[in-house]
Design a protein around this ligand. Structure first.
Ligand code: DAH
Length: 349
């Protein structure tokens, strides 16, 4: 009987040694130690053996059962480790392979497109692009820009105040001051960004976008202003365009002008069929921006940084991005920019 037990143990050892997977080990466990296996049955029958054999057979069978059990545990452990290695190897993701990008959907908003077009034109003319804070001080937004204490834009009804001294900027012009404080002349800069006013109707939204421009150097004249803005108008509205300057007033420029571009839809306010042009309302001109020569009072504010009004001059301008986009693309309602109706947005590829 003990011979048979030893034989079973050797058989189990040999089978475990060649088993190739932990699943096979579990099969061996059933075959040698399971309910119907020979060795456990032997153990169960020990009680029926003659008394002098019981103890020898019982302890041999018990020892063999424990030995097989722990051998199978050990082999199962070894095989599990190499199976895990193999799986890690086979299922490894190579994160250095090129990705599988989603197809491009959507497109840039017309305001973003227009801002970038404007930026491209001025970068081509040698201007830098900077951005400034949307939360501004009264000092930068109004005082430094030569607004007198009575200026209507300062009113609580016109401007979003955060406190007596802090507000949401009403224009991008405060960046004129910040830029000149940051670096001495010459400066050739445009500043795109959001601005805020307490206005809301067909043609006004409480938040909109402007692009500020500033050029300060030793020999800047109104002719430079006109040449620069003519190049801009032709780049955006077509090479045939002309511009005209009309006298105007801004606190921070002197003289100040409003700039019109000749209508791209008609000639002299009359369309091909002889009718009055709907875009320029028959005037032949479209207002595009405000501009002027930087007021010496503004330069005086930053004179300490090299902006001596006796030595440097400059021009500045400010335009609404929505306005430029509406004119160029015939958009009739400002609110379309902010409704985010896909039928509107997808027209501007
Ligand atoms: N800041 C003015 C506004 O928001 C626009 C403007 C006019 C900017 C003339 C300028 C300028 O730089 O020279 O209405």
């Amino acid at each position: 009987m003990t011979d048979r037990i030893e034989q079973l143990e050797r058989e189990a050892q040999a089978a475990a040694a060649v088993a190739a997977s932990s699943a096979e080990i579990e099969e061996l466990r059933v075959r040698y130690l399971g309910r119907k296996a020979e060795l456990p049955n032997l153990l169960r029958e020990v009680a029926q053996l003659p008394a002098d054999q019981r103890s020898a057979v019982g302890s041999a069978a018990n020892r063999a059962r424990r030995a097989i059990d722990s051998l199978l545990d050990q082999r199962a452990g070894e095989l599990a480790v190499s199976e895990l290695d193999a799986r890690l190897q086979a299922e490894r993701v190579d994160v250095t392979l090129p990705g599988d990008p989603l197809p491009a959907i959507g497109r840039l908003h017309l305001i973003t497109q227009t801002r970038r077009e404007i930026e491209d034109v001025f970068i081509g003319l040698g201007f830098n692009v900077a951005e400034g804070p949307e939360i501004e001080t009264v000092s930068y937004n109004f005082d430094a820009l030569n607004h007198d204490a009575q200026h209507p834009a300062r009113a609580w009804s016109d401007t979003f105040y955060i406190s007596d001294e802090v507000l949401l900027r009403t224009h991008t012009s405060p960046m004129q001051i910040r830029a000149m404080e940051l670096s001495p002349p010459p400066v050739y800069l445009i500043v795109p960004g959001r601005v805020y006013r307490r206005d809301s109707d067909l043609t006004h939204t409480p938040q909109f976008h402007q692009v500020e421009g500033l050029a300060v150097d030793e020999d800047i004249t109104l002719a430079d202003l006109k040449g620069t803005l003519l190049a801009f108008a032709r780049a955006i509205f077509g090479p045939e365009r002309e511009i005209r300057l009309r006298p105007h007033f801004f606190p921070f420029t002197e003289p100040s002008v409003e700039v019109d571009v000749s209508c791209f839809n008609c000639s002299g306010g009359v369309v091909a069929g002889g009718e009055r042009c709907g875009i320029c309302k028959g005037t032949g001109w479209l207002e595009i921006l405000g501009s002027g020569m930087v007021d010496p009072n503004v330069l005086a504010y930053v004179a300490g940084n090299g902006y001596d009004p006796e030595r440097v001059q400059g021009f500045a301008f400010g335009m609404g991005i929505e306005r430029i986009a509406m004119l160029k693309h015939g958009v009739s309602d400002l609110r379309l920019f902010y409704d985010n109706d896909i039928r509107f947005l997808e027209q501007f590829a």
